[in-house]
Design a binder for this molecule. Structure first.
Ligand code: FAD
Length: 523
């Protein structure tokens, strides 16, 4: 063992020297004793956005938390080193957040996929202990075998637990249960110093809170304890259409005010035929909605609310009646309400159907210039106008999601950034502009750059005038990040100094340049 450790140390030193060297003399696979670092893999330099492709110098496929600890302990003990490290989950980031240019990418999916379930008795909680690289779809499949499931989700389940907990993890259940980061009981984290720490709200709470929504800056999540609830068998899934934005948002707010009846609320803008049909693949109802989209110069815009009610068969809930009670209070377009009953699994896994359909026509692996923003309720009408000034309804490809969240379901001790609560509004909105830009369909380099410019314009204007904040944020400069965090910056920077003082972790976010690159920043 001693020999192996020495071998690792020597090998890591060679790696560091090679990474710091202008000549990059190590190019072949690297055997570092128990730590087998590979030269770059195709996945390590790419992500879902397909906008940035930063190659690392090496990739670690860890077999345990200890492997990650060994790497970070060594790098943090070497003042010579400028090496950075990024954890990569499923790589579904947009702007290279899980990449490490000339650094080391840790592929979290290589960790043994452990999922241990604990079903509590009467009055006790149930939870799952899972490794950080496990995907939510795998946790769902395993927990359903015991009739259990996590309470809070993302729309798409082929994302890792560590990846979404580093952001927030939101979906239509967030208004009721909070984001995924509000549904974690405990974490195992390897800090930037290489320490393996088990933390929770009552033990090393500062690290626990820092890491949740922490954009991979403070430590690598190697294990998480996720709260579970009893899983419904079926879900009544409802869609209702609107031709007026204010009525649409008022009805969404009505729905989130009824958590005893409603289990899920989202919504999207219907700009054109494509946006009507692309989001309907998984919704197996016969939707007889044939709106007049107007003309290019005078478009008609529609909106769709999507809500769901869980059907726990043993409780004898009459979901038809519940939906009837709810829909009687809604003001959607006449006869434009559709509902369907599906299994809970199919409901949660609905985006997979969209993925398979897009893959089959070559439209999944295209550029994805996405922008997600949290918008205060007071600014949502202005945000809608700003959005429409920057979108061409007839040619828009993708989906625009809009749905309300409730502030009091978020823990402000975590690292997540929300709009300042200047007013007493409990409601805020998330807006996701989820564009596809297909080079084969005519959107290559210049077109993509133009879309990115428009999104930046929306983000900057909404930030300055409406107090909106980006979710899954991307800021090209450290000063942009400084503004993003606003009054939360000092706490974020102080946490960085404590848990990753050499700024080794999360280089793809571009928040903290390595200390020796720019010693003045943020200090
Ligand atoms: P990666 O992209 O691999 O990593 C993201 C960040 O987290 C990087 O900074 C990385 O270094 C860091 N990281 C990864 N693993 C760890 C770890 N174990 N410990 C510490 N840091 C780590 N988000 C939502 O909230 N709701 C949605 O409904 C939703 N839907 C989506 C649908 C699609 C089709 C896609 C592509 C994305 C969606 N997202 C959604 C965004 C998604 O949650 C984020 O992109 C998330 O980061 C993806 O997880 P990942 O495992 O791919 O992370």
């Amino acid at each position: 063992m001693e020999v192996a450790m020495l071998c690792t140390r020597v090998s890591l030193l060679i790696l560091i020297l090679s990474l710091c060297s202008p000549y990059k003399f190590i190019q072949s696979p690297m055997d570092f004793g128990p730590l087998n670092l590979l030269p770059t893999t195709t996945t390590a330099s790419s992500d879902f956005g397909r906008i940035l492709f930063h190659s690392p110098a090496a990739v670690l496929k860890p077999q345990s938390s200890r492997d990650i600890s060994l790497l970070l302990s060594f790098l943090s003990g070497s003042s010579l080193s400028k090496v950075t490290v990024a954890a990569r989950g499923a790589g579904h980031s947009i702007h290279g957040q899980a990449q490490a240019l000339d650094g080391i990418v840790v592929e979290m999916c290589s960790l043994p996929a452990e999922i241990e379930l604990y079903k509590g008795g009467e009055g006790e909680i149930s939870y799952a202990d899972v490794s950080g690289g496990v995907m939510w779809i795998d946790l769902l499949e395993q927990s359903l075998k015991l009739g259990l499931a996590p309470r809070s989700w993302t729309d798409y389940l082929y994302l890792t637990v560590g990846g979404t907990l580093s952001n927030a993890g939101i979906s239509g259940q967030t208004f009721k249960h909070g984001p995924q980061i509000s549904n974690v009981l405990q974490l195992e984290v390897v800090t930037g110093r290489g320490e393996i720490v088990t933390c929770s709200p009552s033990k090393d709470a500062d690290l626990f809170n820092a890491v949740l929504g922490g954009l991979g800056q403070f430590g690598i999540i190697t294990r998480a304890r996720i709260l579970l609830q009893e899983a419904p068998q079926k879900v009544k899934w409802v869609r209702a259409f609107y031709d007026d934005f204010s009525t649409f948002t008022q009805n969404q707010e009505l729905l989130v005010s009824m958590p005893d009846l409603v289990d899920y609320v989202e919504g999207f803008i219907v700009l054109n035929e494509q946006s009507l049909h692309s989001s309907s693949i998984a919704f197996p109802a016969n939707v007889d909605f044939n709106p007049d989209f107007g003309t290019k110069n005078n478009p008609n815009i529609y909106y769709c609310i999507e809500f769901a009610v869980h059907n726990y068969q043993h409780e004898n809930t009459n979901v038809e009646q519940v939906v009837e009670v709810i829909s009687r209070q809604m003001s959607h377009m006449v006869s434009q309400l559709y509902s369907v009953e599906v299994s809970y699994f199919d409901f949660l896994n609905r985006v997979r159907m969209e993925e398979m359909s897009l893959r089959s026509i070559g439209l999944w692996e295209v550029h994805h210039p996405w922008l997600n923003m949290f918008v205060p309720k007071a600014g949502i009408n202005d945000f809608r106008d700003l959005l429409m000034d920057n979108v061409s309804p007839d040619s828009f490809e993708g989906l625009i999601l809009i749905y309300p969240l409730l502030r009091d379901k978020w823990d402000t001790n975590t690292s997540v950034v929300l709009p300042d609560s200047g007013s007493t509004d409990r409601v805020m909105y998330v807006v996701g502009i989820l564009r596809s830009a297909n080079p084969e369909g005519g959107c290559s380099y210049h077109c993509l750059q133009e879309l990115l410019r428009r999104h930046r314009r929306i983000a900057d204007t909404a930030g300055v005038h409406l107090g909106a904040k980006q979710y899954l944020a991307h800021h090209p400069t450290p000063s942009g990040w400084h503004q993003h965090f606003g009054r939360r910056w000092e706490r974020f920077a102080e946490r960085k100094t404590r848990f990753d003082p050499l700024r080794i972790l999360g280089p793809g976010q571009g928040i903290f340049p390595r200390r020796d690159d720019n010693a003045a920043f943020g200090s």
